[in-house]
Design a protein around this ligand. Structure first.
Ligand code: ATR
Length: 271
């Protein structure tokens, strides 16, 4: 049986997921395809139903459909429920099973750099859907501070995680200088077409800075962090590649043999 899987989003043209899964289908010799499906919010549910009826094994789901994907599922994993969003839908005996692998991708990405998602203090910038996955990944940490331009969103997100609290966006310079182990940018600042993140490093610096932005690379934040002497500086590509690992396993029943190879290729292509 030829496995059919893909990624549903809007817009979807720039998605790198077909490159990642395509490389793994080639590496494993498993016969399958991974396609991009563009579906507007109005067309999302019908698109999912169609793919399920056509016998696809499942799909990844990306912006802006991750919350809706969770809502339409017949079954949801603990992680997807806690995060409030799904990036993986599997079709099992006519049922839709939702999971979230973004948090796992983040955890695995920082582990490959010798770090742990269980730290004394982490600072997370942003309080959107991407931040929720990071908060779940950091749920065993002692303290996580969420700073967001719109304070109420930070408060709402913090209320869902017992180790998290909200602080003022304006205090980011000061808090970063208080040397948290980890600083994670989940805002869209620094992304192509967006203004850079205004963050001054000074005094003590975090042990690690992760910017989940994938374009451009390096981001201005990564350049600033490196110049300030931060030990580990990471962009969004490792998280993107590692979140695909459990998805590929769910689609095919096989782990991709060497995720590092495609990560190296993409890093070379985008740096
Ligand atoms: P995602 O689901 O990808 O996280 P999102 O929900 O649109 O996307 O969140 C984008 C994040 O970037 C938010 O935290 C947003 O802050 P607000 O909640 O205040 O909107 C943040 N962001 C976007 N533009 C920003 C700006 N100019 N300054 C500060 N934060 C910004």
């Amino acid at each position: 049986m030829v496995i059919r899987a893909g990624v549903v989003g809007h817009p979807i043209g720039q998605s790198l997921s077909p490159d990642i899964h395509g490389a793994w289908f080639a590496d494993t010799g498993i016969e399958g395809s991974y396609e991009k499906i563009d579906a507007s919010p109005d067309a999302f549910v019908a698109a999912i139903e169609r793919l399920k009826d056509e016998g696809w094994v499942g799909v990844n789901v990306t912006v802006p459909h991750k919350e809706r994907a969770l809502a339409i599922a017949d079954e949801t994993s603990k992680a997807a429920k806690a995060i409030g969003a799904a990036n993986l839908l599997r079709f099992v005996s006519g049922r839709i099973v939702a999971d979230n692998t973004d948090w796992w991708g983040f955890t695995r990405a920082i582990e490959t750099a010798g770090l742990s998602a269980c730290v004394e203090c982490a600072v997370v910038l942003g309080a959107g859907g991407a931040a929720a996955g990071i908060l779940y990944a950091l749920r065993e940490s002692r303290e996580v501070l969420i700073l967001n331009r719109t304070r109420q969103r930070a408060e709402d997100l913090a209320s869902r995680f017992p180790n998290a609290s909200a602080d003022e966006w304006g205090r980011r310079h000061e808090l970063v200088a208080s040397s948290p182990q980890l600083l994670v940018n989940t805002t869209s600042l620094g992304m192509e077409g967006q203004p850079p993140l205004d963050l001054r490093f000074g005094g003590s610096v975090p042990d690690a800075v992760v910017d989940i932005v994938t374009k451009p690379l390096p981001t201005p934040l990564m350049t600033d962090a490196e110049a300030a002497g931060v030990g580990v500086v990471m962009g969004g590509l490792p998280m993107l590649v590692y979140q695909a690992v459990p998805s590929f396993a769910a689609f095919t029943g096989h782990e991709p043999p060497a995720p590092e190879a495609i990560l190296r290729q993409l890093t070379k292509r985008f740096s």
